[in-house]
Design a protein around this ligand. Structure first.
Ligand SMILES: *Cc1c(COP(=O)(O)O)cnc(C)c1O
Length: 423
């Protein structure tokens, strides 16, 4: 029963978020399973982008303070919309920069080596850009990344064990940077516990939220997280190259920005043009220069949808539809060499499924040829992300049927088992 098209259609009918699907541009004859890498365009995001262009057209320079979405306050306005998604007050968030740039800013600001506390703690499964940023930050301060960047090991190459991370929080650690959700396996780290353990030891802790913001609820302030940063083009559907975000716990307001620029000024002071910076008394202090307005504008519409849908509802559907995908896979393609590389329990699973297979690269190519858009992560992972706001249960069952056919007919054999330039 559960494995029939009728059942999937019934789930769609009962889905309280189903009305949001028609707000998105969904390509006909194509099933998008990659919303965790680049979210789709919504009509609301398109509208707010076009409105911002109109503001430019009609107001020229005055668009900074006039028009529908005055640019001078856009980062703060978006922060207000973003704050509920991370469990923060509006002034603890700012929509600015990009993931990697914001990490640089936060490390430049909060990494304060002193006495024996000189090392940075990260993990061996984290996203490479974060590691490059940390290595370069250490070099700038005259430390050797080989000795000063500690990477917690994974026991199985997929997951991290919180106890291992806590054990590595020694008196030599000045700063901890961890992902909220691991980009390959989709494992959620226990942020509350890790923040509390770091707080106890007087170590600052920051999180990379790229794979969780917009997919799961957060309570950064209640958990005692010191800072966080994330991109807005994945689950948040802000568009390619969308401006990123950062969070700074209010207890750190007043800490001078490591990388200063005039957009970090108190708003009223910025145009005094003094050569002494008066930083904003908020997360806004960590902005650097003029915001990329046209890459901010789609977020106005995109975040409106999150407010309407509610992050708790999004999480409920995400769990349910991902579980449905896993159930179908187990039922329809057993004994085909697939295994799950994601946590099976709800509390530890983020917004995507990580399907492992020796032929993963070319199975992905065969999926694409059949109109299914997954993504591939070397060496053997097919990531599939049914997204709460726009994926239907019907699509999920179709994806599994297509995969079953590809495997039965060995369609993947006509492709090379190598990744594309962009995977
Ligand atoms: C997508 C992603 C990034 C990307 O960083 P950019 O600076 O936006 O290119 C960084 N970290 C993680 C964990 C990601 O998933």
């Amino acid at each position: 029963m559960k494995f029939t098209l009728e059942y999937a259609k019934q789930l769609d009918k009962e889905d309280i978020l189903n009305k949001f699907r028609e707000e998105f541009y969904i390509k006909p004859n194509s099933i998008y399973m990659d919303g965790n890498s680049l979210g789709l365009l919504s009509k609301r995001a398109e509208r707010t982008l076009l409105e911002s262009l109109t503001d430019w057209k009609e107001h020229g320079i005055d668009g900074w303070t006039k028009g529908k979405h005055p640019w001078f306050f856009l980062s703060e306005k978006l922060a207000e919309m973003m704050a509920p998604l991370v469990g923060a007050s509006a002034d603890e968030v700012i929509v600015t920069g990009s993931t990697t740039v914001n990490l640089h800013q936060l490390v430049a600001t909060f990494y304060k080596p002193e006495g024996r506390r000189t090392k940075i703690l990260a993990d061996e499964l984290t996203f490479p850009s974060d590691i490059y940023a940390l290595q370069s930050q250490l070099r700038i301060r005259g430390y050797n990344p080989e000795t000063h960047l500690i990477r917690v090991k994974s026991r199985d190459g997929r997951f991290l064990v919180e106890e291992d991370i806590i054990e590595a929080m020694t008196e030599e650690i000045a700063l901890i940077i961890l992902p909220t959700v691991l980009y390959r396996s989709g494992q959620i780290l226990d942020m509350k516990r890790l923040a509390s353990e770091a707080n106890k030891r007087g170590i600052l802790i920051g999180f990379d939220g790229c794979h969780s913001i917009g997919a799961i609820p957060h309570s950064f302030s209640d958990w005692g997280v010191d800072f966080a940063y994330w991109c807005n083009y994945k689950h948040l559907n802000g568009g390619p190259g969308s401006v990123g975000s950062l969070y700074v716990n209010s207890k750190h307001f007043g800490t001078n920005p490591g990388l200063a620029g005039w957009f970090g000024s108190k708003k009223e002071k910025q145009f005094d043009m003094e050569h002494t910076l008066t930083p904003a008394e908020s997360a806004g202090a960590y902005q650097i220069g003029t915001p990329h307005v046209l890459s901010l504008a789609p977020l106005l519409g995109a975040l409106e949808i999150f407010a309407d849908a509610g992050i708790e509802n999004i999480r409920s559907k995400s769990l349910k539809i991902n579980q449905y995908l896993m159930d179908l896979l187990e039922h329809e393609v057993p004994d085909m060499g697939f295994s799950f590389g994601n946590p099976l329990e709800d509390v530890r699973r983020g917004g995507h499924i990580s399907l492992e297979h020796n032929e993963a690269a070319r199975i992905c190519k065969a999926l694409k040829e059949n109109g299914v858009i997954p993504d591939f992560r070397a060496p053997n992972i097919i990531r599939l992300a049914p997204v709460a706001l726009y994926t239907s249960y019907k699509e999920v069952i179709e994806v599994v049927q297509i995969l079953k056919k590809i495997m039965a007919e060995k369609q993947y054999e006509k492709f090379e088992n190598e990744r594309e330039v962009v995977a």
